[in-house]
Structures are given as structure tokens and as C-alpha cells.
Design a protein around this ligand. Structure first.
Ligand code: AMP
Ligand code: MG
Length: 406
């Protein structure tokens, strides 16, 4: 079937979708591992220096400038500075302080002599002749200084960034709450995983795959009970849902049983994208309901749904999360000749691997039918073929999108 008007490109459709969504209002949440994956709603500025004092980088003896030389020195040990229990006095000539890693270096100390280079005798210590390394003192603020901007608004909190936020003095962070996504599969043939089914029915694999996929990208998901191919049932399933984005699976094309868009008319659907020049996934659509909820309609075939998730749902989740949407396209080479592409951007399921030099190669799966879930489950990437792309020989450059396989 041909379309009367040229369909929007993937990039154009994505831009229309992204223009329609805004992140949720930021909230302040305690700084703990629960924040993993959430997005900072304001720049993170250090509240204090790190380290907050000059600190010992070794276990040993803090000594003054006179404590090291070409010959051995004998110094008097006047106290101890341990991590969390600093030595409150200064250090004079002929004196040393026993010190441990992470402890504050006392006033007047110029070096920490590692304990291997010293011999303790009672309250005295012999400092061996000076070696070249040292001074084994970490300067105050050498990691970061109070007032430094350490993280920019819009970054996703990962383990390293959470640690940095804690070290810089924060006990809670302002973040965008994760977007709430409701997933509705539609089709009279669908039965929940593991339930008993008639010979003409199949298991609803789309809901679980898309829900897990969206969680991996940082969304909160809710899977609705699949609706049969009945406009009223579909409308009633969507109407009460509290969500920032509703994702429907199936019923997207123009068959007698493709009723999702018609059903949404009752909820004031403002259809902004209706089909995209993409393969697989051409029937994908997007709009806004009268109450402000966004709705993304994915085609039901597993490969179509999951490719459209990569191309449209991923950036939508990023935008709803307050992060910068991006589709991560990387260069690779093809291990197989590829035929010339038609008018739609083609996303081929593929396996990616690195050669001996670490260079990436992509092998397209031999069967690209959009119904094949097993093929997708064996892929770890997609190859992008732009509209009208010329045929490729083995070894030619191609563009790839790696999948977040675990
Ligand atoms: P549709 O987009 O409704 O025409 O569906 C296209 C194909 O995808 C049909 O073979 C459906 O049975 C299948 N399909 C639709 N939704 C799902 C789902 N949630 N899980 C698995 N297959 C589905
Ligand atoms: Mg259907």
C-alpha cells in the first residue's frame, strides 16, 4: 500500500514528539542509592573542599622541612594524627607526628615520611636519608573546591556521580522524578504469559518486553490488562490511567481491528505523528490526549515495537526525565554485502562484535521479518540504512546502534 503524502522521516517524527513533552516537576530526595538513574534538576556545586584539609597519603611520620636530608635524622614523636582524630598542635623543629593515611597533616609539617623509611625507638624516630619521592601530602581542595560545579543539570545519576555528590557535602538532591509510563497491549489474541490459551491465541510478549525495556531506560512502568480489539474497551483502559506517557502496542495500522487511534478520539486525541518512513515500524504514531497525557502507538510486531522503542520511546523517556535525548549511532563495518535501501530508513537487527584490533563489525541477521522475536533476542545491535542508501560491500562502513543487552 502506498501513502498519498510522503511520510515524515525518523528524525522529523522524533522532533515532533520531543517538542510535545516536558519533564515532571523536580523533587528533593535523600542522597542514597535510590537515586540511581534519576536526573539532576540543578547543577551540583561543591559545598566544601575535598580533601577538606591537607591530608596524609601514606602511613608514616609527619615531619618539618628540617626532618629530611642527605643524612639520617633523629626526631621526637610528639603525638599522633589518625583519620577522624587529628593532632591539634603544630610541629616544631626536631619533632615528628605519627600519622596515618587520610589524617590531617599538622601545622608546620612539610612531608609525610612513609613508615618504611623510618625506624621507631620509643618516643624517638630515626628518619632514613631522604629518598626522592614524596611529600605524600594531598593538598586541601586537590580533588575539588567549594563552589566548583561538579555535575550539570540534566545528567543521570550513576554510582560515581552519587559518590561525588556525597563527598561534596550534599545529603539530598533535586531530581526529576522518573516518568510514569503505562503500557497497554491490544488484541483479542493476547493472553498473559503462562496463562492457558486457545490454539488461535498467543502470549503477550510485548508488554513485558517493553515494560522491562522502559525500566532499563529509567522509567516507572505500569502494565495494563490487555484490551481486546474493541474501541470502547481500549478507551476505558486508557481513560483512568495516571501516567505521563501511555504506550500502546498493536492495533496501529489500518485494518478492521486496528482501533487504538479511533478509540482515542473520545479522549480528545491530537494526532501529531501518523506513520513514519521507517522499517520496521511504519504504523507508529504519537499524539496528546486532551488532559495533557502523551500517547505513543507502537505497532504490535515485536521487532517493530522494539525498534520504535529505540528510536522514539528512548528519547521520549530522556526528555520526560529532564535528560538530553540522544540516539547513540556509532561507526562500524559490515561483514556482509547489503542491498540498496528503499525510501524508508531501515533498522536491521544485527550482531556486533569487535575484531582483534577492537574495531566494531556488524553482521545483519539473515531474516529481518518484523515478527521475529527470537532474532531480536539474539541481536545486540541495529544497523541503520538511510533512505536511498546505495548497496554496500563487505568491509564498507555502516552506522550502528548498540542495544543495552545485559
Ligand atoms: P497489530 O499491530 O495489532 O496488527 O499486530 C501485529 C502483530 O503483532 C500481530 O501478529 C499481533 O498478534 C502481534 N502482537 C500485537 N501485540 C502483541 C503483543 N503485545 N505481544 C506479542 N505480539 C503482539
Ligand atoms: Mg492487533
Amino acid at each position: 500500500m502506498t501513502d498519498r503524502l510522503p511520510l515524515p522521516s525518523v528524525d522529523a517524527a522524533r522532533a515532533i514528539m520531543l517538542a510535545a513533552v516536558v519533564p515532571r516537576h523536580p523533587v528533593t530526595a535523600p542522597l542514597d542509592a535510590q537515586l540511581l538513574g534519576q536526573v539532576l534538576a540543578r547543577d551540583l556545586v561543591a559545598l566544601r573542599d575535598q580533601p577538606p584539609f591537607f591530608s596524609a597519603a601514606m602511613d608514616g611520620y609527619a615531619v618539618g622541612a628540617d626532618g629530611l636530608g642527605e643524612t639520617a635524622k633523629i626526631l621526637t614523636v610528639i603525638g599522633e594524627s589518625a583519620a577522624g582524630q587529628g593532632f591539634s598542635h603544630g610541629l616544631g623543629p626536631g619533632e615528628a607526628v605519627r600519622i596515618f593515611t587520610g589524617a590531617p597533616v599538622p601545622e608546620g609539617a612539610a612531608f609525610v615520611v612513609p613508615q618504611e623509611n623510618a625506624t621507631r625507638r620509643g618516643d624517638q624516630v630515626d628518619i632514613h636519608p631522604r629518598d626522592q619521592s614524596g611529600p605524600y601530602i594531598r593538598a586541601q581542595g586537590s580533588d575539588f573546591r567549594a563552589g566548583d560545579t561538579l555535575l550539570a543539570r540534566g545528567v543521570r545519576l550513576d554510582p560515581w556521580r552519587l559518590g561525588l555528590a556525597a563527598a561534596s557535602g550534599w545529603g539530598g538532591l533535586e531530581v526529576y522524578p522518573p516518568p510514569r509510563i503505562a503500557i497497554l497491549s491490544t488484541g483479542a489474541e493476547l493472553v498473559p504469559p503462562g496463562a492457558s490459551l486457545r490454539p488461535d491465541q498467543i502470549f503477550d510478549s510485548g508488554s513485558v518486553a517493553l515494560s522491562a525495556w522502559a525500566r532499563q531506560k529509567g522509567a516507572e512502568t505500569q502494565v495494563l490488562t490487555p484490551a481486546t480489539d474493541d474501541a470502547r474497551a481500549i478507551r476505558d483502559a486508557v481513560a483512568p490511567v495516571v501516567a505521563d506517557l501511555i504506550v500502546t502496542i498493536g492495533g496501529a495500522s489500518v485494518g478492521d481491528h486496528d482501533l487504538v487511534k479511533p478509540a482515542m478520539k473520545d479522549l480528545g486525541l491530537d494526532l501529531r505523528v501518523d506513520k513514519v518512513a521507517v522499517r520496521p515500524g511504519k504504523p507508529v504514531w504519537f499524539g496528546r490526549l486532551a488532559d495533557g497525557r502523551s500517547i505513543l502507538g507502537l505497532p504490535g510486531n515485536p521487532a517493530s515495537a522494539l525498534v520504535c522503542a529505540e528510536l522514539f520511546l528512548h528519547p521520549l523517556i530522556a526528555a520526560l526525565s529532564g535528560a538530553t535525548p540522544e540516539v547513540r549511532i556509532l561507526p562500524a563495518r559490515t561483514t556482509q554485502p547489503l542491498s540498496a535501501n528503499g525510501a524508508r530508513e531501515h533498522w536491521m537487527r544485527a550482531t556486533l562484535r569487535a575484531d582483534d584490533q577492537g574495531k566494531p563489525w556488524a553482521t545483519p541477521m539473515s531474516d529481518q521479518d518484523s515478527s521475529l522475536l527470537n532474532v531480536f533476542a539474539q541481536s545486540n545491535g541495529l544497523i541503520r540504512r538511510l533512505p536511498g542508501a546505495a548497496a554496500c560491500a563487505t568491509g564498507d562502513p555502516v552506522e550502528i546502534l548498540p542495544l543495552d543487552r545485559m
